[in-house]
Design a binder for this molecule. Structure first.
Ligand SMILES: Nc1nc2c(c(=O)[nH]1)N[C@H]1C(S)=C(S)[C@@H](COP(=O)(O)O)O[C@H]1N2
Ligand SMILES: [Mo]
Length: 202
């Protein structure tokens, strides 16, 4: 199976996921659940779980990287292409960001460009099994190049936006984009540049 390698400076590998539920764990019945793509789109679309499952599935191996510096090596991911899902709704030309919205009230924005990456998916399986309730059943987006807080569990909405808006963690200072390679952990601050400037002082 294809393996996606992303450089993850400053991360430490752990054995198990740490389960984060900043706003608690919602109760979701699979048959009642749906995922709505809306906002600045020509066509709103509502997906049921079976719709996602019957679409062509992406399958690959990639690390999960939490911004608090723990990573899980070689997680197997499966789900339909996020690009395909977004493009089906025909976002208008001024869209630049998407907001992932969740059943628990959590939300997080990502640049449209990253959402449209070939490797971005709506994950419905991790390591060959449907997501567990604590890990976001029925679905969570996964974008290999971005930190784990962008992988919003219990996803219910994908909102196409013209302009950037903060989500839950971004409001507390987490980075707008969260690109792992550049250590985009906090707004207006990059460890890459911090290290470089502290070296210059010596
Ligand atoms: N709905 C929701 N999604 C969420 C979170 C959350 O608190 N609520 N935490 C985020 C953070 S900070 C991380 S690192 C991952 C953790 O995923 P896990 O609980 O599967 O380990 O979920 C992300 N998605
Ligand atoms: Mo995280």
């Amino acid at each position: 199976m294809e393996k996606i390698e992303i450089k993850n400076p400053g991360q430490v590998y752990a054995r198990n996921f740490i389960i984060y539920e900043a706003l608690g764990e919602p109760v979701i019945k699979k048959d009642d659940w749906d995922l709505k793509v809306y906002g600045h789109v020509k066509k709103e679309i509502i997906y049921k779980f079976n719709d996602l499952e019957s679409m062509p599935q992406e399958n690959y191996i990639a690390d999960f990287n939490c911004v608090t510096k723990w990573s899980i090596r070689d997680v197997k991911w499966q789900g339909p292409s996020l690009k395909r899902i977004i493009e089906a709704s025909m976002p208008d030309d001024e869209c630049t960001w998407v907001m992932f919205e969740c059943a628990d009230g959590y939300d997080t924005p990502v640049p449209l460009e990253d959402a449209l990456d070939e490797k971005s998916i709506i994950a419905i399986k991790m390591n060959d099994e449907y997501l567990s309730v604590e890990q976001g059943f029925p679905a969570r987006p996964f974008i290999p190049s971005l930190y784990g807080w962008k992988s919003a569990k219990w996803l219910t909405g994908i909102r196409l936006m013209h302009d950037y808006e903060d989500g839950y963690w971004e409001m507390y200072g987490y980075h707008e984009r969260g690109k792992i390679e550049n250590e985009e952990r906090f707004k207006g601050f990059s460890w890459k540049f911090f290290k470089r400037s502290s070296k210059l002082k010596k």
